[in-house]
Design a binder for this molecule. Structure first.
Ligand code: IPM
Ligand code: MG
Length: 370
């Protein structure tokens, strides 16, 4: 029997704890019914950690994340923290996790479910069958580049500085992840930058092209400018399979891709580090939707993105593709049964609470598992 997997849960703020509660029920179901077992530990992050400890992530929790086999993250942030200084803000905890765990490859799938096409602002025929994987570099670029800051000039005016910086290795390793994923999917990568105006973009294009030549000629590669990519995502999203891009463009384009589906409450993500000697990657899994403070605590939140993030964990951290499929099929079954949380409510559907969505999911899991 394999050793128990060490799982760290960081529910965070807003709807984070509610959606995590339902994911925990699913995890317990796997613990009881399938071949793998979990040791679950829980910690504070974001505003919740700030309220308790005056920082958005303590060193102890950071260490627990480094020691875990995988981290499941809820969401951070809320208006009550708007005036907190930047290095203590809820978002800083998330950025520290990414940086210190070296989670450079942020996988953000965007896919539509046939039953939810109404939820998209775009026409059915444009978004039907959508299945895009955005691979966002997440530990470098303008998010972390130095120098940065706001300085006062001799004449009393102020100047803000951020630095966009990438090494060839930082580009190569994230591009390799994108090419490998494409091999398992549609066989196509769009590499996205602004080589027409940025030096990092020129280097990005060169490095991705060289890697493609050397190791991934079987994958179709396109280079695209980021502004054009934003436009193409809305015009004809089905032309994309895997998109690989830098930290800031990835932040923006992944929100755009997420909204194509119309159901932010359905979208999971994975953040992966480099494989160690045993092939294991440090990893954190997180719903895309954020903390949604306006609906927190009301039983309205959709737990499916968090549950689907757990499915990504099964697939990418533990190599349990069949178990991941089981979760994904159960989610599809629940949706086909017309069961919806408020965010994805449609004409002939039945609206349920966060908890009742968890109930429906457990029922579907039991059925799918036979
Ligand atoms: C995201 C978020 C974060 C980011 C914020 C919360 C720091 O927008 O994960 O996309 O900008 O990376
Ligand atoms: Mg974002």
């Amino acid at each position: 029997m394999a050793a128990n997997k060490k799982l760290l849960m960081l529910p965070g703020d807003g709807i984070g704890p509610e959606v995590m509660g339902q994911a925990e029920r699913v995890i317990e179901w796997f613990d009881g019914n399938r071949a793998l077992s979990f040791d679950i530990d829980e910690g504070l992050v974001g505003g919740a950690a700030y309220d308790a400890h005056g920082t958005s992530l303590t060193d102890e929790t950071m260490q627990a994340a480094l020691d875990a086999d995988a981290v499941l993250f809820g969401a951070v942030g809320g208006p009550q923290y708007d005036d907190v200084e930047r290095d203590k803000r809820p978002e800083a905890g998330l950025l520290r996790l990414r940086k210190e765990m070296d989670l450079f490859a942020n996988l953000r799938p965007a896919m539509t479910y046939d039953g939810l096409l109404d939820a998209s602002a775009l026409k059915d025929e444009v978004v039907r069958g959508l299945d895009i994987m955005i691979v966002r570099e997440a530990t470098a670029g303008v998010y972390f580049g130095e120098p940065r800051g706001i300085e006062e000039l001799p004449d009393g005016s102020r100047r803000g500085v951020d630095t966009q910086v990438y090494t060839d290795e930082e580009i190569r390793r994230v591009a390799a992840v994108a090419f490998e994923l494409a091999r398992e999917r549609g066989g196509k990568v769009h590499s996205v930058e602004k080589a027409n105006v940025m030096e990092t973009g020129v280097l990005w294009r060169q490095v991705v092209g060289e890697l493609h030549q050397a190791e991934f000629q079987d994958v179709e590669l396109h280079h695209m400018y980021a502004d054009n990519c934003a436009m193409q995502l809305v015009r004809d999203p089905n032309q994309f399979d895997v998109i690989v891009t830098d930290n800031l463009f990835g932040d923006i384009l992944s929100d755009c891709a997420a909204m194509l589906t119309g159901s932010l409450g359905m979208l999971p993500s994975a953040s992966l580090g480099a494989p160690d000697e045993t092939g294991h990657r440090k990893a954190m899994y997180e719903p895309v939707h954020g903390s949604a403070p306006d609906i927190a605590g009301q039983g309205l939140a959709n737990p499916l993105a968090t549950v689907l993030s757990f499915a990504m964990m099964l697939r990418y951290s533990f190599g349990l593709g069949e178990d991941a499929d089981l979760v994904e099929k159960s989610v599809a079954q629940v949706l086909e049964g017309g069961i919806r949380t408020a965010d994805i409510m449609g004409p002939d559907a039945r609206q349920v609470s966060t908890e009742a969505m968890g109930d429906a999911l457990l029922e579907a899991l039991a059925k799918q598992a036979g």
